[in-house]
Design a protein around this ligand. Structure first.
Ligand code: 13P
Length: 256
């Protein structure tokens, strides 16, 4: 039996300014969320201060969606890790495919951001995954290996990896449980090579890509799937808490 606790993280992307973010967090805090599952929400930067105040002392963690690799300076439009830490932010998503595809993020820049984030005490949710063209060309595992290779040197204790096949993000098409398990299993083997067996066995690998209440249990029941990075279904309290409850049911089954 795995000792990894499920982690359900909501990536709100460019949704929910202060008013909406505050309302959603207040509703989440009213839910009787199961203690067996770790929960994190990642609002846009501008909504972090207000949500941080609400979440202080709660068991819902707070994450940002990006962070720069330098701690200060002339980097217009960027946000530094110490600024996030000062707010009480403990998690940060790095290397999301939307940043790679639309904002010039590369394996190297994502790695630099991840290193800095960890140096400032943040836990990194590092995203990777293949495009449809790469899957169709049967390059999925090669792409995952390349993208994961830059994690060498990071602290595995403050790292979560999110496998997000690009073709499944926001499309309504979910990877089959078998496709997710194959990628996660492969990733864990790669991580064992980068770190060691113990670290790789303890490291959580999340699945992301059109995860919904209807398909969450099946995907999360795979042995190497340790949670989800949820986009669209994290924007409302009902679907997000339904996915958290699905994870809790599986956790209870594993521990019995
Ligand atoms: P969707 O759940 O909307 O497909 O988004 C997944 C994602 O990109 C999470 O980071």
């Amino acid at each position: 039996m795995s000792t990894r606790r499920f982690l359900i993280a909501g990536n709100w992307k460019m949704n929910h300014g202060v008013a909406d973010a505050t309302a959603l967090v207040e509703r989440l805090l009213q839910q009787d969320l199961p203690s067996a599952v770790d929960v994190v929400v990642c609002p846009p930067f501008v909504s972090l201060p207000a949500t941080a105040m609400l979440l202080t002392g709660s068991r819902i963690g707070l994450g940002a969606q990006n962070v720069h690799s330098e701690t200060q300076g002339a980097f217009t439009g960027e946000v530094a890790a110490p600024m996030l830490a000062e707010l009480g932010v403990e998690w940060v998503i790095i290397g999301h495919s939307e940043r790679r595809a639309m904002f010039g993020e590369s394996d190297a820049t994502a790695a630099a951001r991840a290193r800095r984030a960890q140096e400032e005490g943040l836990t990194v949710i590092f995203c990777l995954g293949e495009t449809l063209a790469e899957r169709e060309a049967e390059q999925t595992l090669d792409v995952i290996r390349r993208q994961a290779s830059v994690l060498a040197g990071l602290d595995p204790a403050r790292l979560v990896v999110a496998y997000e096949p690009v073709w499944a993000i926001g499309t309504g098409i979910t990877a089959t449980p078998e496709q997710a398990q194959e990628a996660h299993r492969f990733l864990r083997t790669e991580l064992a090579g980068l770190f060691d067996d113990n670290a790789a066995g303890a490291l959580r690998i999340l699945y992301g890509g059109s995860l919904k209440p209807a398909n969450a249990a099946e995907t999360l029941s795979q042995p190497d799937v340790d949670g989800g990075l949820i986009g669209g279904a994290s924007l409302d309290v009902e679907p997000f808490s339904a996915i958290i409850r699905a994870a809790a049911v599986l956790a209870a089954g594993e521990s019995s």
